[in-house]
Design a protein around this ligand. Structure first.
Ligand SMILES: NC(=O)c1ccc[n+]([C@@H]2O[C@H](COP(=O)([O-])OP(=O)(O)OC[C@H]3O[C@@H](n4cnc5c(N)ncnc54)[C@H](O)[C@@H]3O)[C@@H](O)[C@H]2O)c1
Length: 331
């Protein structure tokens, strides 16, 4: 009997992993999700995402609690299932946390990444997609950030580990004729989002009438990218890359952004308007490792796949707040 093919999604209890898994299982694709359910932020939120995925489809979703740094655990997955596609979204995320907790980044983002790509090559998976970040643009101030820029100046360890992923992927694509695609995400937001990120923190604190810390005196610009746009981009790349490039291309990097940076103070005003509460703001200086402005050059994604992001930030903020109200009413 022919063995069933699976897509492996790492970090499926995480924000982006949850949404990607959800959209695939709704399309009746078989997904293995793995996550180590670490306590970097609310473990309950991660478990609730997994619960919701199991509720969405018991038939198409299988979850295993596995740490990427556990090589045996990863090897066992590849022995047990016929995995033909890998999407690596598990990582220790966060810019500021990497300054105080460097070992966690080395363990998950470098050792863990290498374990996964090594097993994927041995299992001859057809496509290996992995999360990188806009933080790799580091010291570059010329916007929009194009994938062609030389990114050898990261300004914190998180970015350095993601750049390392891109370099390892390049070496292995070349050595083993293995298809790898890195995605540089730009500040992703939306329902089921991350409690360590600005939108979540602001909404949470403003609702509780607590002060919010706003760095660089609110003069940041961020290319906020709505989660549904991100998922559509990943699916479009996954489905169409091989059809478009046949066997002549084995390595690619794409920016996944919105291309319309928003002034942080305006973002906060929109949150206040939705919540009908005035924020209590502590304005603070620029934090070490922070980037002043991010803006994705999204032409490559558009040229290759005709893809453009659609969500307007005002609508996106409203959708997040509706989810936040609903989730915390029930929990
Ligand atoms: N959300 C964003 O704005 C953004 C921006 C740039 C890059 N990224 C990258 O995209 C990916 C997904 O981000 P996210 O926002 O969903 O983050 P997330 O923290 O919500 O999800 C990552 C998941 O990976 C899991 N994980 C961490 N280390 C692991 C390990 N060693 N083994 C197994 N599981 C592990 C975590 O428990 C978490 O559930 C990450 O690689 C992140 O660095 C995200």
């Amino acid at each position: 009997m022919k063995k069933r093919s699976y897509t492996l999604i790492t970090g499926s209890a995480g924000f982006i992993g949850y949404h990607l898994t959800c959209s695939l299982i709704k399309k009746n694709k078989h997904v293995i999700g793995i996550d180590n359910l670490n306590n970097y932020y609310s473990v309950k939120l991660k478990k609730d995402r997994i619960k919701d995925l199991k509720k969405t489809s018991k038939k198409y979703f299988i979850f295993h609690k596995v740490d990427l740094s556990n090589k045996k655990g990863i090897e066992n997955l590849f022995k047990k299932y016929k995995i033909t596609e890998v999407i690596n979204l598990a990582a220790q995320a966060g810019v500021r946390y990497s300054i105080t907790n460097p070992e966690k980044y080395l363990k998950s983002n470098i050792i863990g990444f290498h374990n996964l790509i090594d097993c994927s090559i041995k299992a001859k998976v057809k496509i290996f997609i992995y999360a990188s970040t806009s933080s790799v643009y580091g010291k570059i101030t010329k916007t929009p950030f194009s994938e062609n820029l030389n990114c050898s100046n990261p300004i914190q360890l998180y970015a350095a580990t993601k750049l390392t992923n891109e370099l390892i992927a390049h070496a292995y694509s070349h050595l083993y004729n293995f298809l790898t695609i890195g995605l540089r995400f730009f500040t992703v937001y939306g329902p089921w989002g991350r409690p360590d990120m600005a939108l979540f923190k602001f909404v949470d604190s403003i609702k509780k009438k607590k002060n919010i810390n706003v760095f660089n005196y609110g003069r940041h610009y961020r290319d906020f990218t709505y989660i549904d746009d991100v998922i559509k981009a990943i699916l479009s790349i996954k489905t169409n890359f091989r059809k478009k490039f046949k066997k002549n291309k084995n390595y690619e990097i794409y920016n996944i952004g919105n291309n319309k940076p928003i002034f942080l103070k305006n973002y906060i005003k929109e949150i206040e308007k939705n919540l009908k509460i005035k924020a209590k703001i502590n304005y603070l200086p620029l934090q070490p490792g922070d980037i002043f402005k991010t803006q994705a050059d999204t032409r490559k994604l558009r040229n290759h796949f005709g893809y453009v992001s659609k969500m307007n930030y005002k609508k996106g903020i409203k959708k997040f707040i509706d989810w936040h109200n609903d989730y915390y009413q029930k929990n």
